[in-house]
Design a protein around this ligand. Structure first.
Ligand code: NAP
Length: 281
């Protein structure tokens, strides 16, 4: 069984981005800029934002974090986004979710210039991805697909089962797999026999949020299993896949932690660099 080392692959990606940014600097006399907006005091969001800033700086991105109190007026946020849209030093804008309830998330996402939408949530990017066109892709599924390609060079014709249909993970993942010519089954909480669906899969992407849902006897011998789940339990952080059992049958598997997680921020940095390049074209 191949243990897919997300930590190592994310580090390699960050090293590659570092080199690219040096090249971009000498070509354009400018570097990619990422602005992250954090509204309120949500503890996990504060940690995510801190890590995003740290890794962005490390690869040479001009990183800025704007912090607002939880009672921020929606208009102030929308005006700030419009200002950033027009700031040519900013190549990527990310508004950390979740937002306080009085702020309309959809309005916020739609106000971000889709060319600077490093999260890939803007409807134009969602539409472009589902039409098979070039687009910003949400960071976690992008990370999953990079991990997948490390162990499956040719995805064409493979049967992939995606567990979960969120806009953040399951749906964009499905679109990416379709683009690679996989046959995709997308499953969710109303799927009748998830075990049988999984047993047919050459590739399983589990993005559910239920600790160790995918058992060893749900997995076909040799299948590639990508575990997106991050679940806090009494025994620590576990994924959506029962690691010990599944590692005995899978051909390749991501651990939790150390699998998909590290790829998410690395892909945010990749999206920032890609937005910078596209904005200059
Ligand atoms: P979400 O928005 O809560 O979506 C969960 C999906 O799972 C829904 O589509 C839901 O179906 C489906 N589901 C729920 N119970 C199910 C069941 N028994 N069988 C099959 N499907 C079921 O979650 P998310 O934001 O996509 O996140 C999923 C997991 O990934 C979480 O553990 C989260 O912490 C983790 N995550 C990790 C990263 C990372 O960087 N590694 C990033 C983001 C999220 P319905 O649509 O029918 O409700």
């Amino acid at each position: 069984m191949i243990l897919i080392d997300g930590k190592k692959i994310a580090l390699e990606l960050r090293e590659e981005l570092k080199r690219k940014i040096v090249e971009l600097k000498s070509k354009y006399n400018a570097i990619p800029g990422l602005t992250v907006i954090l509204v309120g005091e949500d503890p996990p969001s504060k940690i995510y934002v801190k890590n995003k800033e740290k890794f962005a700086k490390e690869v040479g991105i001009n990183s800025e974090v704007i912090r607002y109190p939880a009672n921020l007026e929606e208009k102030v946020l929308l005006d700030k986004i419009k200002e950033l849209n027009n700031n040519e030093k900013v190549s990527g804008i990310l508004v950390q979710l979740p937002l306080p309830k009085h702020i309309d998330k959809r309005k916020v996402i739609e106000t971000i210039d889709y060319k600077k939408d490093v999260d890939g949530f803007h409807p134009t990017n969602v539409g472009n991805l589902s039409s098979g066109y070039d687009s910003s892709i949400p960071c976690t599924p992008l990370g999953c697909s990079l991990l997948l390609k490390k162990v499956e060079k040719n995805l064409s014709g493979k049967h992939a089962v995606v567990i979960g249909r969120s806009n953040l993970n399951g749906k964009p993942m499905t679109q990416m797999l379709l683009k690679e010519n996989c046959t995709v089954t997308i499953t969710h909480s109303k799927t009748e026999d998830l075990k049988t669906e999984c047993l047919r899969a050459d590739i399983i992407i589990a993005a559910v949020g239920i600790p160790e849902l995918v058992k060893g006897d749900w997995v076909k011998k040799g299948a590639v299993v990508i575990d997106v789940g991050i679940n806090k339990t009494e025994k620590g952080v576990v994924g959506d896949v029962a690691f010990e059992e599944v590692s005995k049958v899978a051909g390749a598997l991501t651990p939790v932690p150390g699998g998909v997680g590290p790829m998410t921020i690395a892909c945010l940095l990749k999206n920032t660099v890609d937005c910078f390049k596209k904005l200059r074209k």
